[in-house]
Design a binder for this molecule. Structure first.
Ligand code: HEC
Length: 132
């Protein structure tokens, strides 16, 4: 009886470990696809952002944006909200921002609903990282 109990305990523990492993999997981020990200950038971002150095459109140039302190590109007039965002753009901060820009930094002037798909965000961030 005791042995039976012990072995079913082990089984339950095994199942719990497996479940933990499975639920941890989606948070591991795969590297994005640069070509898909470039296509997405052209479709969704290029109307307001250039991918060349120093070219301002409605939004600032995104050349070199990965590693940039938010709201600091010379030659572009940011909103107060973005100028005081106080963060460096990296894969994590960009992913949160691009999910829902207005929610992430209330009061910014980027009128873009966001990219709900993590794959889309990973892809566009992989592309942005090539702009150096
Ligand atoms: C409708 C125009 C528009 C679209 C579309 C748009 N943006 Fe923006 N973006 C802006 C504006 C305007 C700002 C400046 C915001 C501010 O100062 O409040 C900005 C700011 C940013 C910043 C901060 C840059 C910095 O120098 O700190 C990033 C990053 C960014 N956008 C990424 C993107 C990406 C990636 C896309 C496409 C998925 C995109 N944006 C689509 C207008 C746009």
């Amino acid at each position: 009886m005791n042995r039976l109990l012990a072995s079913s305990c082990r089984l339950a523990l095994g199942a719990a470990v497996l479940a933990l492993g499975l639920s941890a999997a989606p948070t591991a981020r795969a590297a994005g696809d640069v070509a898909a990200g470039k296509a997405l950038f052209q479709q969704k971002c290029s109307i307001c952002h250039a991918n060349e150095k120093g070219v301002m459109r409605i939004g600032p140039s995104l050349w070199g944006v990965v590693g940039r302190q938010a709201g600091t590109l010379p030659g572009y007039t940011y909103s107060d909200a973005m100028a005081h965002a106080n963060r460096v753009w990296n894969a994590d901060t960009l992913s949160t921002y691009l999910t829902n820009p207005q929610k992430d930094i209330p009061g910014i002037k980027m009128l873009f609903a966001g990219l709900p798909s993590q794959t889309d965000r990973d892809n566009v961030i992989a592309y942005l990282a090539t702009l150096h």
